[in-house]
Design a protein around this ligand. Structure first.
Ligand code: TNX
Length: 524
């Protein structure tokens, strides 16, 4: 009797909750949804069990078990075999490796995925269904729905920068765990810069800063990420952004009168000298060791903001090398520099990623660096130069990752009162709405987008002192960018996104994630 009364009160309350339904917390928006005809599935520990057909799915099954416990107070059994009403299945007939389907009807729930990661995505989508349809959830019911989903882009990255400010292993794991909620599948770790060298290299222990990651710690991060369908890609930034390396190897500096003394922790526009032979030996060793630690097929080698004008251009040894090679512009030394480095990458069995540097203040008009080896993937990051980078990569057959600063840089302030301490690069404000406007295809016809591998939400770390600041800068903008990476343009809509965002923000807060509440945005 009491239960009946409660159900009645709850139903009346629920009828007044306009806009809350089973799709109202889906982020990124799935690419195909078919609504049911009003049937419901009731979750009940006595009659429902979770089964999975492949031992690889144990993690997803446990995640699902935890979701039902947290959201419905139902303790479901997991049984690896048998005919549970809630089934997780690896389906090899699905063609895209992250493709999944989630089918809910009055008989049960079936999640099929092309891989364990895809099945996990089905589980995550199911949690968002419960998050959106809170009234049904509170009655332990789920409405009939059919979702058939796969990502627009295969590469959906976030970047963390523990080189500028070290982040403990636990913080990185925390960050990865939250990325997975929005179907990001790559974490780029910017491991080296002027302010620090965070990866311990056995052959050159002098490189590592006081705070660094051991091989075992990196492996632990990689394994944690792998369970959550996240690939960790290391970045060793050369030949610029190398003060930490130069303080361990002062002989790698250029030789010229105006060379600034190395002071660790201060960015002083120093770089590796292109004409010192040992630079290449040490880099070769670093690439080999790093490649053994990280199973990812890619290694990122930077290539950004090299202060050629203040180093190679003035260095007598580099000038001699230029004359020998009949080069007119010192930026051209990037060609032999990277051809040697890329050889090491190939020998280590990897492919390289580089920041796309075109004409900037340090390297005037150096687009003659193209053609890069077409195996090299470039990250387009300078907003204004993105159309040019898109065009050059298309012409030369290089894959490209879209990370134009004005849409995807999470270190940029998100509103006027949000200037991070310690920034001195006069950054534009990147609002949540601006992030949401990002179309990684940059308005190109589909035929011109084939070489776009995906997107990256980039969080530079100069002002990121700890994980709370990292997540505060990353969310909610990371939600908007997740949709740019996953959802086809025809399925995206700012008004709908705003509403779908709120339940997710509440959930993040409940999980102890420090976020920015976008108080300037009205929920309808
Ligand atoms: C440029 S983006 C950099 C970083 C800085 C960032 C600050 C890029 C490839 N290089 O070293 O942290 O600006 O926004």
């Amino acid at each position: 009797m009491k239960n009946l009364f409660l159900t009645l009160v709850l139903s009346l309350f629920c009828m007044t909750m306009i806009g809350q339904d089973n799709t109202s917390a889906l982020i990124p928006m799935p690419n195909k949804i078919i609504n049911g005809n009003g049937a419901v599935f009731t979750v009940n520990a006595r009659h429902s069990a979770i089964t999975f057909d492949n031992k690889e799915l144990k993690f997803a099954a446990e995640k699902l078990q935890d979701i039902f416990k947290r959201r419905m107070s139902e303790n479901l059994n997991i049984s690896p075999t048998g005919n549970g009403t809630i089934r997780l299945i690896i389906d090899n007939s699905l063609e895209h490796k992250e493709q999944y389907s989630l089918e809910i009807n009055n008989k049960g729930i079936t999640i099929k995925g092309a891989s364990k990661g895809a099945v996990l995505y089905g589980v995550i989508t199911l949690e968002q269904i419960l998050m959106g349809d809170i009234c049904m959830t509170s009655q332990k019911k789920i409405r009939e729905i059919y979702i058939y989903d796969k990502p627009r882009f295969e590469y959906r990255a976030m970047m963390l920068d523990p080189a500028r400010n070290y982040l403990p292993v636990e913080s990185i794991k925390f960050f990865i765990d939250k990325m997975t909620l929005f179907k990001y599948n790559v974490l780029q770790l910017h491991l080296t810069d002027d302010q620090g060298w965070r990866i311990y290299i056995e052959k050159y222990p002098q490189l590592a800063s006081k705070d660094h990651y051991t091989k075992e710690e990196l492996k632990e991060i990689i394994k944690y990420a792998e369970m959550r369908n996240v690939t960790v890609i290391p970045e060793i930034d050369i030949p610029g952004h190398t003060c930490a390396m130069l303080s361990a190897f002062p002989e790698f500096k250029c030789e010229h009168k105006s060379a600034t003394p190395i002071e660790l922790g201060k960015s002083v526009d120093m770089m590796l000298c292109a004409s010192v032979g040992k630079v290449y030996t040490v880099i070769d060793d670093i690439i080999k060791e790093t490649s053994k630690i990280f199973p990812a097929p890619y290694i990122h080698l930077g290539g950004d903001e090299a202060a050629i004008k203040y180093n190679w251009a003035e260095c007598p040894r580099c000038q001699k090398l230029m004359a020998e090679l009949k080069y007119e512009d010192p930026s051209q030394l990037m060609i032999p520099f990277f051809s040697k480095v890329l050889k090491s990458v190939k020998e280590a069995g990897k492919k390289a990623i580089l920041w796309c540097e075109l004409d900037n203040i340090y390297m005037p008009a150096n687009d003659y660096l193209f053609p890069y080896d077409p195996e090299v993937t470039l990250v387009s990051w300078r907003g204004g130069l993105t159309p040019k980078c898109l065009e050059l990569t298309r012409r030369h057959g290089n894959p490209v990752i879209m990370a134009p600063g004005e849409y995807t840089y999470l270190d940029y302030p998100q509103y006027t009162g949000d200037f991070p301490e310690f920034n001195n690069w006069g950054m534009p404000i990147t609002t949540l709405e601006t992030c949401y406007q990002f179309d990684p295809g940059y308005g190109e016809p589909l035929s011109g987008q084939k070489h776009i591998k995906g997107i990256m939400a980039t969080l530079w770390g100069e002002a990121i002192k700890d994980i709370n600041r990292a997540t505060y800068m990353a969310y909610p903008r990371g939600l908007a960018l997740s949709e740019a990476g996953w959802t086809e343009m025809k399925n995206r809509n700012w008004e709908s996104f705003k509403n779908r965002m709120y339940p997710n923000l509440m959930n993040l807060m409940k999980e102890g994630v420090s976020i920015r509440v976008p108080f300037e945005i009205e929920q309808k």
